[in-house]
Ligand binder design. Structure first.
Ligand code: MF3
Ligand code: CO
Ligand code: CO
Length: 268
């Protein structure tokens, strides 16, 4: 989400709320495994969107992005130099592409949110490298978490990992709290800033980590024609992975782990 969006007050979930978020996260992950089965060369991003829409409704749930602030699709499909919020259309996926597919579902009023970058067929070393870095940055952020930590441990870990490997971290779009709303406090920047150094992640906090990693500079450009698509300013590649996380008394719990997708430590 956009960094400076206004937000209501922060929310700590009790056991019932946590259980609802687990159920929502599990369905969203099941949807991501379905996405995995349909992503291949030749399929259009619009077709992927239609299938996500149908799968979600068939299971009795609601695509959260549909109608969200005027957005009219059931997912975001961000191809190559698109950082985030790519709009599904008649573009066919081609061998060598990388595409981030971001799905968010409302399950009985509770939100699950996650994304993965998919490599289409054989891709360049550059494309593989930025995908691997975004994946490892997500887990660097998760591994830094502990009950009562500050939000900034996430950004510290991610910037350190990305910089060490020669990649840059997008700043304009950040992770976010979620629960019965799509976006709520805390703001979760993938770089440390003043507010994140003060804000604590207490048990019962539910939020996303969703680093956008660029192979060139960190700078972004919003498409003026559609008002959504965010691209790298230098037209180089960008990749992203996202999980929904619940902080518990015993540490972080990933709510959107897939059955068939890459797990922590995966080598692409
Ligand atoms: N799923 C995105 C996120 O991770 C938000 C997409 S909002 C949309 O925060 F309107 F662009 F779909
Ligand atoms: Co999100
Ligand atoms: Co998302």
């Amino acid at each position: 989400m956009l960094q400076n969006q206004q937000q209501p007050k922060k929310i700590l979930l009790n056991e019932a709320g946590r259980q609802n978020m687990r159920v929502a996260g599990q369905f969203n992950a099941q949807l991501m495994d379905y996405v995995r089965s349909i992503v291949r060369p030749g399929v259009t991003t619009g077709k992927i969107d239609k299938l996500i829409h149908q799968y979600t409704l068939d299971h009795g749930h609601i695509p959260a992005t549909l109608g969200y602030q005027g957005y009219n699709h059931s997912c975001c499909t961000s191809l190559n130099d698109v950082i985030c919020h790519g709009i599904p259309d008649d573009t066919e996926l081609r061998e060598g592409d990388i595409v981030n597919i971001d799905v968010t579902t409302i399950v009985k009023g509770w939100y699950g949110d996650q994304s993965e970058t998919f490599m289409i067929g054989k891709v360049s070393d550059r494309a593989r490298g930025v995908t691997q870095c975004a994946f490892d940055c997500l887990f660097a952020g998760i591994d830094a978490l502990f009950p009562g930590c500050t939000v900034s441990v996430i950004g510290d870990a991610i910037v350190k990992e990305a910089t060490r490997r020669g990649y840059s971290v997008v700043r304009e779009y950040v992770g976010h709290g979620l629960g019965t709303k799509f976006h709520q406090p805390p703001n979760v920047p993938h770089f440390p800033d003043r507010k994140s150094r003060q804000e604590k992640i207490l048990p019962g906090t539910c939020f996303t980590i969703e680093p956008m990693i660029n192979s060139g500079t960190r700078f972004t450009r919003l498409d003026k024609r559609d008002g959504w698509t965010v691209r790298t300013r230098d037209k180089q590649l960008s990749a992203q992975f996202e999980h929904t996380i619940l902080m518990t008394e015993n540490g972080p719990e990933i709510l959107t782990t897939t059955k068939n997708g890459p797990q922590k430590g995966h080598k692409f």
